[in-house]
Design a protein around this ligand. Structure first.
Ligand SMILES: [Zn+2]
Length: 116
């Protein structure tokens, strides 16, 4: 399962960050995940619940932010929300556009409980 390997790397990265911050536990991890990233949100949530077993993230709340896609027209630099995978500029009709947001997969923040 694609989502499981992603969940494992999220847990891995977050654990290392928590360790670097001398954390005792992690209360919350916030993730930014684009709706065009190809990730199934429900599958990822389930995969995370499996991946956290025996790690510092066991019991951590995962907050997943859905990032809506945004396209930029390469001709007139107009920004718009695409209808499909490749959007056509609604301003000038240009088909040459680039997706500047919506494919991200990143840890936005980590809320840790520090050691006394
Ligand atoms: Zn345009």
């Amino acid at each position: 399962m694609h989502e499981l390997s992603i969940a494992i790397s999220i847990v891995d990265i977050a654990s290392r960050q928590a360790e670097a911050a001398s954390a005792m536990s992690v209360s919350r991890v916030e993730l930014d995940i684009g709706t065009m990233s190809g990730i199934e949100y429900e599958s990822l949530k389930f995969a995370l619940s499996v991946a956290v077993k025996d790690s510092i993230l066991e019991g951590t709340e995962f907050r997943i932010n859905r990032v809506e896609p945004l396209c930029e027209c390469l001709s007139c630099t107009h920004l718009f929300i695409p209808n499909g995978l490749f959007g056509q500029c609604p301003e000038c009709g240009e088909k040459n556009t680039s997706l500047i947001r919506g494919k991200e997969l990143q840890i936005k923040s980590l809320l840790v409980e520090q050691k006394e």
